[in-house]
Structure formats: C-alpha cells, structure tokens
Design a protein around this ligand. Structure first.
Ligand code: KG4
Ligand code: ZN
Length: 302
C-alpha cells in the first residue's frame, strides 16, 4: 500500500524497506500514545521474520528486537504465513481442524490447520501466486497496482463468457495450482486487441476472475474429498490473505461449502491483506503456553 510503488506496477524492494525505516519510529510512538501506554507496559515483542523481502524483514525485526532488549522483555519471531493462517481465529469461534485457503500476492496454498503450531500443507502453486496473477494481468490491461481490487471493480460490468481462458492442470487431481498459463493467454489476447477499450478491460477482468473462481471451486471440492478420505472431520473453511477480500470468489466458494455442510470463515476485513495485527495475534496465541523468546533469530526470506 506504500504509494511509492504505484508508478512501477509492483513493489520495489529497496524502496519498501527504506520507507519502512522512515516510518517505523513515528508510527510506534503514535500507536503508544493512542493506546495510552509506554514501552515498559508491553510484555512480549514480536515481528514478522519471513517469508518476505529480506530488506523489509530486517528493518522490522531489528527495530523490534532493539525495543525488546531496551525494556528486557522477550522477542518472538513470527512466520508471515502463520499470521495469515491464524487470522480467522480472531473473530470466529473456530473448530480445529479447519481447512484454510491462503491466497496472497506471494503464496497460494491449501492447509489443514490442526491446531496452533500444527499445520498440514495439502497443495500450493507451482508458478505464480494467485494475487500475483491478478497484479500482472491488471498491469497488462493498464490498471493500477495492486491489481486485485481494480480487476474486481471492472469485472462487475464485464461478461464472464467473453474470453475463453485455459484451465491449467485441468486433468490433474492434485491440490496444486498453476496460474502462469492464464497470464500468457491474457497477454496474447491483449496483444491482438488494437484498442484497449473500457468494455474490453471489463470483459477480460470478468473472464479472468471467473476462471480463477472456477479453479478455486474445483480445488475446494478436491480438498474436501481428500479430507474425507483421511477421515478428518471439518466444518469450517477459512479464506485468508489479500485475495480473500474478493467477494466474487468468496461468494462462489460459499456455495460449494454449503453443499458440503461447511461454513466459510474470514478474518475481519483489516486482517485480510498484510497487517501487523495478525502477527501480534499469532504471537499471543503461540505464547499462551510458553513464550519462546529468540533474540538471535535470523529473518529468512524463504
Ligand atoms: O495478503 P496480501 O496483502 O500480501 C501478501 O502476503 O502477498 O495480498 C496482496 C494481494 C495482491 O496481489 C492484491 O492484488 C490481492 O492481494 N488482492 C486482491 C483483492 N484485494 C487484494 N485480489 C483479488 N481481489 C481483491 N479484491
Ligand atoms: Zn501476506
């Protein structure tokens, strides 16, 4: 959401970490003032330590480690994906295990969340992440970054049947994803179009978004069948990450969930895309039994 990236159509790592560095001290001070507490009132410090851009991870974790050393309190490293996976527990009464679709700009994965600290990965993307596909296609048709919300808006007035896009891994019954072929197909369609009209943008947005929803619906059915085969009882399907904000996608998945007598759960809107609150929440959940302080933890981009 940093404005410095808008004109590039994607995140420039060096600019991201520099602007984090510039703003962190200011927002920390303001947040403490707003909350009417001082640093000494904080019992546990945590920061995202990966996966992600190493520059940004270093800035955030070094800053927070320094605070924790300063007031002699524990520092807990948190995994970014775990923050997403546990985010629906903030506002829902969850029944473990739950199925979780993690749909972000960097990852597309399906997990069983067995309990806090215990996750089973069922499948993931073999190439582009789902949000990345939205962003790249938005760029191809002249929409701004991040592309997901822009495509969702344009798709509202578009025709989902106007463009026939491929279904990658169509015959593959695994829980893995592939999105790069759809991006190539859209690229070819865009190149053939002489003038990119608003109607064209609306139709290609609708056709693309519908294809993505169709793929997720299929994978949800495969996942539910797989879970049944493993004799696991599931009643909730969580959608997390920036792309879970897409109403067209979540509405379509809700229909499938209904058929399987499951409900769709989501974190609050402000915890869908990347945010610090879900990292703090994951830290609280993980620290309930014992606090694993690790001031020497090295941030890891992978
Ligand atoms: O979870 P997130 O904020 O960051 C990562 O961990 O990557 O997800 C960002 C991604 C971006 O690719 C963005 O285009 C996408 O989420 N996104 C959406 C929507 N809102 C955000 N994609 C589709 N529809 C949306 N409404
Ligand atoms: Zn994220």
């Amino acid at each position: 959401s940093q404005s410095e990236h808008k004109k590039f159509g994607g995140v420039i790592p060096e600019l991201a970490s520099r602007s984090h560095l510039q703003i962190l001290q200011k927002i920390t001070k303001n947040n403490l003032l707003d909350a009417k507490i001082g640093l000494k009132d904080i019992d546990i410090f945590c920061a995202t330590c990966g996966p992600g851009l190493i520059g940004a991870l270093l800035v955030g974790s070094t800053f927070v480690k320094s605070l924790s050393i300063g007031v002699k309190k524990p520092f807990v490293p948190i995994n970014h994906l775990e923050g997403h996976l546990l985010s629906p527990t903030y506002n829902n009464k969850v029944n473990f295990p739950y199925l979780c679709f993690l749909l972000t700009g960097g990852h597309t994965q399906i997990y069983i969340v067995n309990s806090i600290n215990d996750y089973t990965l069922l499948g993931e993307t073999l190439d582009d992440a789902i949000g990345e596909a939205f962003d790249k296609i938005a760029k191809l048709i002249g929409l701004k970054y991040p592309g997901g919300p822009e495509i969702e808006k344009k798709a509202k007035n578009g025709n989902i049947l106007k463009f026939k896009l491929p279904t990658p891994l169509e015959k593959n019954k695994s829980l893995n994803f592939s999105f790069s072929g759809i991006k190539t197909a859209v690229n070819l369609i865009v190149k053939k179009e002489k003038k990119i009209s608003n109607q064209f943008v609306e139709d290609i947005s609708a056709s693309f978004q519908n294809k993505v929803a169709e793929i997720l619906e299929k994978k949800l059915i495969f996942a539910l069948n797989e879970i049944k085969k493993r004799n696991i009882n599931i009643s909730q399907i969580a959608l997390v990450g920036g792309v879970a904000a897409n109403n067209y996608i979540s509405d379509n998945l809700k229909k499938i969930a209904n058929d399987y007598e499951c409900s769709i759960i989501l974190p609050p809107n402000y915890m869908l895309g990347d945010n610090a609150a879900m990292i703090g929440w994951a830290c609280l959940l993980k620290s309930k039994k014992n606090i694993k302080s690790d001031i020497f933890f090295k941030p890891d981009p992978r």
